[in-house]
Design a protein around this ligand. Structure first.
Ligand code: SF4
Length: 359
């Protein structure tokens, strides 16, 4: 099995951890319950904290002598991985006493990421919430602020660049009850960060009502934007994310086209969670449509996050993911998209998916 096949298998199955997990990510927007691990220069986020990883054939533990991660499959050692060290900026606090790691966290090994508004209009209603999302968990546990101020983000970003060499930043947001869908919060944040530090930033939000926000965000200093479909068929959208499904696919496509005009081909991306119920054909048709428009389809294996409505949902089959990666990789080549050309964001980071290796 090649390094990327092993990482891909680990990402679908997760890993049962023995001992202290150490640096990891629990709750929050987007994929969670995982730990960054590196093999042959490729860093992937591997689920270790959710229920689904507890019945994985893989186990992991830290070797006390080397600090490396020893991975076994059915009790037989199969690989030795490394895990990024705890970043130095995690030890700092703001002048008003807020730990930096409650403001932003390290993703993969060199990405600074945060959810600027840790609240969403849809999160408290059974008929509106996205069933896969754990945006409220880190808030309830006291690990994150509900709203990160622009000056706080700028302070942490500067420290993360200077102390830990982060190379890019991802700013996502829960959706507020305003027509801009969070674009204004992101705009204020990007402006403040870029005034302090030269760091490529991707912003992520739902399509705003007024597409003029794309130019404003770019002028503020954002270099790329993500607007996340999550599921691709109306059937799965209605079932898994009934509130967000009210924003039609047509609205997303209009927003993608407008954003590509501003940010350029490959600087607009979308997250697709494979394993929620969309068929392979549905996903492939959608990724073809997106790639043709210049939108990078960042397809990731769905991680059933503990504490969400989908915590017992089956994990995606690694063979299903590899077949998707192969076909999407060829679409990306056909339409001239490549994560290396993306200036910032999840596609560039690539740690939540093995897609990069198939481009
Ligand atoms: S792909 Fe995106 S969500 Fe995943 S680790 Fe990288 S920055 Fe974070």
């Amino acid at each position: 099995m090649s390094a990327i096949e092993l990482l891909s298998d680990l990402q679908c199955n997760g890993m049962k951890w023995e001992g202290e997990v150490g640096l990891s990510r629990k709750g929050g927007a987007g994929p969670s319950d995982h730990k960054a691990m590196t093999l042959d220069g490729q860093t992937l986020m591997i689920p270790v904290l959710n229920l689904a990883s507890q019945d994985s054939p893989y186990t992991g533990k830290t070797d006390p002598l080397t600090g490396k991660v020893i991975v076994s499959k059915n009790q037989i050692p199969v690989a030795t991985l490394s895990a990024p060290a705890r970043p130095k900026f995690y030890d700092l606090v703001t002048a008003d006493g807020i730990p930096y790691d409650q403001i932003a966290t390290l993703h993969s090994h060199d990405v600074l990421a945060t959810t600027v508004l840790q609240h969403c209009i849809r999160m408290n209603g059974k008929t509106t919430a996205c069933q896969f999302c754990s945006i409220d968990q880190s808030l309830k546990s006291g690990r994150a602020l509900i709203r990160k101020r622009p000056d706080q983000l700028a302070e942490v970003a500067k420290a993360a660049v200077e102390l830990d060499g982060v190379t890019q930043m991802v700013l996502t947001t829960g959706t507020p009850n305003t027509p801009d869908r969070g674009a204004e919060i992101l705009y204020d944040s990007v402006k403040a960060i870029r005034a302090q530090v030269d760091l490529p930033i991707q912003v992520q939000c739902e399509p705003p009502n007024d597409f003029a926000w794309f130019q404003k965000l770019k002028d503020a200093g954002a270099v790329s934007i993500g607007m996340h479909l999550e599921a691709v068929s109306d059937r799965v959208r209605q079932q898994i994310m009934p509130g967000k499904a009210e924003v039609s696919l047509d609205v997303y496509f209009a927003a993608f086209d407008a954003a590509v005009k501003v940010f350029g081909r490959g600087q607009v991306s979308t997250y697709i969670l494979a394993g929620l119920g969309d068929t392979q054909q549905e996903i492939i048709e959608m990724t073809e449509n997106l790639a043709k428009r210049g939108v990078y389809p960042f397809v990731v294996p769905f991680v059933p996050i503990q504490g969400t409505a989908l915590e017992h949902h089956p994990k995606p089959d690694p063979a299903f993911m590899q077949s998707l990666y192969t076909q999407i990789g060829s679409q990306l080549r056909q339409y001239g998209l490549n994560s290396q050309d993306t200036q910032a964001g999840c596609a560039k980071c690539g740690a939540c998916s093995s897609l990069k290796a198939y481009e």
